[in-house]
Design a protein around this ligand. Structure first.
Ligand code: HEM
Length: 426
């Protein structure tokens, strides 16, 4: 598919500058500035053609209705392959040279292939398995509260509490021992935080660092597959190891894709909701008080936390035909960048989007996406966030931010990597 060049002559430089907020990971570390830029794009050029030195050009889609429009047309007018996630020009070139994605996971599959692999993964997420997770969530919440009690009024909530909780949930659902925690922590950090010097394996050569990461985990998961073939249980790894499509076992790369998406998709995303949710409650003490007075608001609070934090900042799609969107025409072969964070603050959809409202209703946030790729773990993620805040909110007597809160540097999955707090529990 070919790409048509666009002329930039009539595009306002300040608009172009604002649009860089969507692609430069570092800009996601300043939420206020980022939202100011996104609001400008929504108001002035909501479907915006972006050209940037580091990236092949694409359309930024900033409004809720337009993101939904693209999501509703998955598989036909818009495909997740090849460019499901923003990569640099160098990353695109490497992928093309290698003939496709190194790890082909659900988020870059389409059509029948996507449906058959998604159905396999979805088979684990049935209500009976989710119910079985409840007791593990209770234990992890109790552990989190015990940590807060033991820390004597000062802790980095991100590294000490929120980072661990969702990953322990994933270990439990995959049937992996708690002792594998450090290894799995490294996997997510290196894959998602590759460009953050504090998190990536090799910030000077991101591609080489990622290559090493993939090889290491390939070996690790191959051993697990062998074990679950010999000793199947009801865990997620057994589903993957013994998966068949039309009577044929799925390939090793499909297996790796499933392990990696599960191990990563539910980790940073959920912990960023927890940290961002607590940060929002600290910054809006009247909302914390409201939640404490009325625990019946918890479900609404969880949705509002996901809207407010939107831990997954984007996915991308490629048009298979010319398609009208927000007054522009997306040409066949061009890519669109779906900005969930921007869509979740769209003034046309959310009343007072800038107010964090624990009772917000209706709340049509699209932090979990929509349509064919809608987050498989959305119910589980909401259960986790609810379980934690149900126990934590009533215990908070006082709480404030301490120095050192920091958002991670990523245009893909981002949130607080540090959230030092001072608090008193009842
Ligand atoms: C896909 C967000 C937690 C597993 C997605 C997508 C988003 C998302 C935006 C893509 C949707 C689209 O393209 O329309 C989130 C957020 C989470 C979260 C914000 C936490 C607050 C989880 C958890 C799991 C999970 C806990 C599993 C344990 C997946 C999987 C996919 C996915 C497997 C791929 C689905 C597909 O492509 O068909 N998630 N997620 N997520 N998520 Fe989540």
């Amino acid at each position: 598919m070919h790409r048509k060049a666009h002329t930039m002559t009539d595009i306002d430089a300040s608009l172009e500058n604002a649009a860089t907020a969507f692609v430069e990971g570092v800009q996601y570390t300043d939420a206020e500035q980022w939202h100011a830029s996104a609001a400008k794009i929504r108001a002035e050029d909501p479907v915006h053609w972006l050209e940037h030195d580091d990236f092949n050009p694409f359309w930024v889609v900033s409004k809720h209705a337009d993101v939904m429009n693209v999501e509703r047309h998955s598989n036909v007018e818009f495909l997740a392959n090849p460019r499901g996630i923003l990569t640099t020009k160098a990353g695109d070139a490497q992928r093309e040279a290698e003939g496709g994605h190194r790890i082909k996971s659900l988020v870059v599959m389409d059509g029948d292939e996507h449906k058959s692999i998604r159905d396999l993964a979805a088979s684990w997420f049935r209500p009976s398995n989710l119910r079985k997770m409840e007791s593990r969530l209770d234990e992890l919440t109790a552990r989190a509260i015990a940590k807060l009690e033991a820390a004597d009024g000062e802790i980095d909530f991100a590294t000490e509490v929120a980072m661990e909780y969702p990953l322990q949930v994933i270990l439990a659902m995959m049937g992996l021992p708690e002792s594998d925690y450090p290894r799995m922590l490294k996997l997510t950090q290196e894959l998602f935080g590759a460009e953050d010097p504090e998190l990536g394996r090799n910030a000077d050569d991101v591609a080489a660092g990622l290559e090493e990461t993939v090889m290491e985990y390939f070996a690790y998961f191959t051993a697990i597959t062998e074990d679950r073939k010999a000793n199947p249980t009801d865990d997620f790894c057994s589903v993957v190891a013994n998966a068949e499509i039309d009577g044929e076992p799925i390939g090793v790369m499909e297996q790796l894709g499933l392990y990696v998406i599960l191990a990563t998709a539910g980790h940073d995303t959920t912990s960023h909701s927890m940290t961002g949710g607590l940060h929002a409650l600290i910054e809006h003490p009247e909302q914390l008080a409201r939640l404490q007075d009325d625990p019946g608001l918890l479900d609404n609070t969880v949705d509002e936390i996901v809207r407010w934090t939107s831990p997954v900042k984007h996915f991308m799609r490629t048009a298979t035909c010319d398609y009208p969107l927000g007054g522009k025409t997306i040409r066949e072969g061009e890519d669109v960048f779906l900005s969930y964070w921007s869509a979740n603050f769209d003034e046309d959809v959310f009343e007072n989007p800038w107010s964090f409202d624990v009772g917000r209703k209706p709340n049509s946030q699209i932090g979990f996406g929509f349509g064919a790729h809608y987050c498989l773990g959305a119910i589980l993620a909401k259960m986790e966030i609810k379980n934690l805040f149900a126990a934590l909110a009533p215990r908070i007597k006082s709480i404030e931010l301490a120095d050192g809160a920091a958002l991670s540097r990523s245009a893909f999955v981002s949130g607080y990597k540090h959230l030092p707090i001072r608090y008193e529990l009842t």
